[in-house]
Design a binder for this molecule. Sequence first.
Ligand SMILES: Cc1ncc(COP(=O)(O)O)c(C=O)c1O
Length: 341
Amino acid sequence: MYSSDATTESVSGPLEQVHGGGVRAAAAHYGIPEAQWLDLSTGINPQGYPVGPVPAEVWQCLPEDEDGLEAAARAYYGAESLLPVAGSQAAIQALPRLRAGPARVGVLEPSYNEHTRAWRAAGHEVVAVSQDELAGTATTLDVLVLVNPNNPTAVYFDPETLLDWHCTLAARGGWLVVDEAFMDTTPEQSLAGYTPREGLFVLRSLGKFFGLAGARVGFVLAPGLWLERVDSLLGPWSVPGPARWVARQALEDRAWQTQTRWQLQEAGHRLDALLREAGLPPTGGTPLFRWCRTERAQVIQDALARQGILVRRFDRPASLRFGLPGSDAEWQRLEAGLQQA
Ligand SMILES: Cc1ncc(COP(=O)(O)O)c(C=O)c1O
């Protein structure tokens, strides 16, 4: 089982990827020691927020609400009504359990497949909705779930369109759930500033742009009553104190955020150019990853993996997703790896 970033469906072939990540399994499969892998299979910023030493009392005390984390998040997202959760994954699993059902739930496909899994597990009827079908579906669904920008296709949905769909859904007691895990480089496209609204749930993550996937911190932006329900479902102390402490620093550090936005844009362009030169022009991209549709996805993934470079592959449609290398040496390794592949 791979550890993060599940997208659309498990794929068959040399690497059985349900998620990105999972260097350990790849290391065992290809007989290359774990430490020698270049893992580009997730969309996590390789130069994430620099975490300093965590004060001893933060480890020792029980975490407290309103310790400064919520205030930092309100300022960062420009949203008044929010709840910290242990990664947006915790919210993805909780929301379906709060919706009376069975509801008819449309989930964008291809996309991060944990949404489908969670709504199905809670007993709802899930319909896969393609990007082209989205506009027509709001009137036929109880809940519409999409990822913006989408993972892996990198399609962006503009706020006006989403608010329009939200209105249609909310008028009938429906929900729009927007997973903005990859939104931090384009905050102007976020729906955060339009919350709280009845029937609108926006999910945010500190795992991607901030590169703090291991801290397990995310947020739900929604009306207070729904946040209370999520909170009581998840129980007390769901986000550990050290994770809260680190997340607060990251959310308050405007200088780091501004510089990182710029650096990620640059790195994204560099990755684009590198893939083009290698004959793999990206079909779509966000600053944190590039997505390439290619019938040769399996062959290329395998050829890269033989050189200790792990990328994420999808079968429907056949495609590869490349995360960003971090150091110069990693960029060179990817360039050489692509040439060989
Ligand atoms: C689109 C999307 N949403 C949510 C998540 C979950 O992220 P986290 O629980 O680390 O916030 C992921 C993880 O890969 C993702 O790709």
